[in-house]
Write a protein that binds this ligand. Structure first.
Ligand code: GH3
Ligand code: MG
Ligand code: MG
Ligand code: MG
Length: 297
C-alpha cells in the first residue's frame, strides 16, 4: 500500500528537497506552503502522516498539529530549526508523534517516518480489534443476530426516547413451537440449523429501523421503533408466513416443518420495561394456548 504524506513547509527549497527524497522512497507526497493550505487539502483526502514545519506565516505548525489531531486524528511529525523557539515537549504536547531538527539527514527522516507509521498501524489495528470485540459482545454467535444483553440495552434506550417524544414503539416476541420435539427427533445440530434459518428469515423481514435479537434458546425479539402494534403485527405475520412455507430437510429425503408463536405489543405511557416485556410474553403464551403457529397482540 502506498504511503501518503502531506508535507507542509513555507520554505520552498526545503519543501522541494524533502518532497524529492520522499518520492524517491515511493511515498505519495502532497505539498502545501502553509498550514491554511494544508487544512484545505485535508478536507479532500486523508494522508497517513502530516509532516510539518513549525515556523510558518499565519497558523504555525503547532497550531496545525493540534487542529489535525483533534479534527482528523492523523499522525503528525514536526520539523524545526535548532535555533527556533520551539521545544520537543511543546510539539509532543500539541499531539505530534515525533520531532525532527532541521537541517536533517534524510536517513533520519526516513527512520522517524517509519516509526510513526508503525505507531499509526498499531493504533489502527488496535481500534479494529476494539470494534470487533464490541461487536462480538453484542452478537449471538449462532444466528448472527444481536444477543439478549444488547436487547435490554437497546430497549432501554428506545423507552427513554419514548418518554421524550412519545413516538410509538412496539416489540415482537417469537418462540419456536415444540422445538424440544424437533431436537429430540432430528438432533441438536439440525435444531441449530433451524435457529440459523430463523435468524435469516427475521432479518429479511425487518425495515431499516427494526432490530432483531436472540432473546433466549429458541426465542427471538424484534424492537420496532416508530411503529404501532398493527404494523408490528404485519412484520410478525410476514415472518410467520415465510417460516410456514419453509421445508427443512433434517435428513436425506426426510422433510420437517417448523412453526412459531408470536406476541406483539406496543409501549404505553404507564409501562415500564418489565411490564412491556411481560405483556409481549403473555401475548406469545396466548398464541401457544390458542394452538401455536399464530400471532397475538
Ligand atoms: P413450546 O411450543 O411450548 O415453546 O415448546 P418447546 O419445545 O419449544 O419449548 P421448551 O421450552 O419446552 O423447549 C425449548 C427447547 O429449545 C429446548 C431446547 O432443547 C431447545 N433449545 C434451546 N436452545 C437451543 C439451541 O441453542 N440449539 C438447539 N438445537 N436447541 C435449543
Ligand atoms: Mg518555516
Ligand atoms: Mg421458549
Ligand atoms: Mg418453544
Amino acid at each position: 500500500m502506498t504511503i501518503s504524506i502531506l508535507l507542509v513547509d513555507d520554505d520552498v527549497a526545503v519543501k522541494s528537497a524533502t518532497q524529492e527524497f520522499l518520492e524517491l522512497s515511493g511515498i505519495d507526497v502532497t505539498p502545501a506552503s502553509s498550514a491554511e493550505e494544508a487544512l484545505e487539502l485535508l478536507n479532500t483526502f486523508t494522508p497517513d502522516i502530516v509532516l510539518t514545519d513549525i515556523m510558518m506565516q499565519g497558523m504555525d505548525g503547532l497550531e496545525l498539529t493540534r487542529f489535525v489531531r483533534k479534527n482528523y486524528g492523523v499522525a503528525v511529525l514536526v520539523m524545526t530549526g535548532y535555533s527556533a523557539n520551539y521545544s520537543y515537549e511543546e510539539a509532543v504536547n500539541a499531539g505530534a508523534s515525533d520531532f525532527i531538527f532541521k537541517p536533517f539527514r534524510f536517513e533520519e527522516l526516513d527512520l522517524r517516518i517509519k516509526r510513526v507509521l508503525r505507531e499509526v498501524r498499531l493504533k489502527r489495528e488496535h481500534a479494529k480489534m476494539v470494534d470487533k470485540l464490541e461487536e462480538l459482545a453484542i452478537t449471538d454467535g449462532l444466528t448472527g443476530l444481536y444477543n439478549s444483553r444488547h436487547f435490554f440495552c437497546q430497549l432501554k434506550a428506545e423507552i427513554e426516547r419514548y418518554t421524550r417524544y412519545h413516538h410509538p414503539l412496539s416489540v415482537l416476541l417469537l418462540d419456536i413451537d415444540l422445538f424440544k420435539n424437533y431436537n429430540d427427533t432430528w438432533g441438536h445440530l439440525e435444531g441449530d440449523k433451524v435457529l440459523m434459518t430463523m435468524g435469516e428469515i427475521i432479518t429479511s423481514c425487518l425495515r431499516s429501523n427494526d432490530t432483531a435479537y436472540r432473546y433466549g434458546g429458541e426465542e427471538f425479539t424484534v424492537v420496532l421503533p416508530e411503529t404501532r402494534v398493527e404494523e408490528a403485527c404485519l412484520v410478525g405475520e410476514r415472518i410467520r408466513g415465510i417460516l410456514s412455507q419453509r421445508v427443512f430437510t433434517p435428513e436425506k429425503e426426510k422433510t420437517a416443518k417448523v412453526t412459531i408463536s408470536i406476541g406483539a405489543t406496543q409501549f404505553s405511557t404507564s409501562d415500564t420495561l418489565e411490564s412491556f416485556i411481560k405483556r409481549a410474553d403473555k401475548a406469545m403464551y396466548d398464541s401457544k394456548k390458542a394452538g401455536r403457529d399464530q400471532l397475538t397482540c
